[in-house]
Design a protein around this ligand. Sequence first.
Ligand code: GAP
Length: 512
Amino acid sequence: MDKPKLTIDEMATFCKRKGFVYLNSEIYGGIAGFFDFGHLGVELKNNIKKEWWKTFVQQRDDVVGIDGSIITHPMLWKASGHIDGFTDVLVDCKICGMRYRADQLIEDKLKIETAGISIEDISKKISEHKIKCQKCGNELSSPKKFNLMFSTHVGPIETSSSVAFLRPETAQIIFANFRLVTENARLKLPFGIAQIGKAFRNEISPRDFLFRMREFEMMEIEYFVHPEKQDECYFINEIMNYEMNILSAEMQKNNKEHEKMTIKECINKKIINTKWHAYWLTMMHKWFVGLGANPDHFRIRQHVKDELSHYALDTWDLEYDFPFGWKELQGLSNRTDFDLKQHIEHAKTDLSIFDEETKKKIIPHVICEPSQGVERAFLVFMFDAYQFDKSRDNVVLKLHPRLAPIKLGVFPLVSNKKEIVGLAKKIYDDLKQEWTATFDTSGSIGRRYARADETGVYACITIDFESLEDDSVTVRARDTTEQIRVKIKDLKEILRRFLSGERLGRLGKMVE
Ligand code: GAP
């Protein structure tokens, strides 16, 4: 089976055609960096968030969740450093006014990596290489910093004191609630606080479909540890033999490619500095792979020194091999006690916790902050699921059954025989109490299977003439096209087991 690598534009077209994603307000010409999710997209996106929340919050004893507000007190963003430092560098055309994110423009023109490039170096590169406006060919302005936060006014009168910001990350709301959550949930170190929610960034040049948007969703965990026990990771033995593609800062300095290594090797050779960081990198990688993503399409890359954010001691990105190259899928930073200390200072409040062992107050460290954009995860699952099946001559969207937007398709073989349509409708009404399902009567059965394959429907159930005689239906598997005959009374149990990962052929033998 071929797996053509779609371009990002082809993926955008596919997503629009099948009801996954639309450009926001397209009837008015669209607005760059904003997207809407269609009837299938919203299901997939909700499933991604549900799986993440289940794995990293509900199934763990050491992580609790919160859901914070999008607009917060502006002082919070002063304390976090976003008002002063959450900037990208822009250049604009002196004639047509077209604006560019300077580092991206240099990357596109010179085909070089620009991670951590300074404003002075940007200026130098633009003049040395005579980089001009891509639209009209005229000269560009000198580079200047641009703050990415969206602002608004709170209340009816717009004054400088009514200015507020839409959050550019969910993390700060976790820090601001740190004391209440810790006390109310009676958390003991080490522990994590998680959040899923919208974030807004006024990106200079949003691009690559869902990859760089202006409004998106984040799934973040702040994982706190005792400052003197930063390397006491209780789960490390469970992951020692786990393998990933690794690209450290040192390897990048020496122009090396990523290499497959075990966590054990990374820790023994001090490639990854703390066990907790290694642990969270592994957990996030495993989560993607466990939901059907291809491990060969991932690597973890350490930030080089100049690339680190103002709050980070060490950062590793989980990267994915997108059609436009290896890019950040998720950032995992060691934020130390930077944020809690900043809020202690600016809010003049005590955010320390009492350490029973030493009977002293301590400020916990965020040893790792796994920070994932929901839409980038959405892209990864779509790219890895998309396959063109030559023998079927149609696309098969092999999404993991837990992610598939619609789990089941119910088809009466013919649409003009009342008894068959009636029985099919009865089965459909029953199944949709437990699973997302679609009822399709139009076109040949082959056409209906193809339509279902293209949108990732995991199993199709066909009701035919014989069903009226023998109370059985045909169940067909999306990925293999295997078919089995199942008694209607056994159908739900078989589907439950099939959707949990058992093979349809095996289940078929059981009911023979
Ligand atoms: N709290 C840490 C933080 O915000 P970040 O690396 O700026 O770190 C984390 O963002 C993740 O959010 C990224 O790895 C990516 O998945 C997602 N993300 C960031 N900016 C985005 C954008 N403009 N569009 C879509 N996703 C974005």
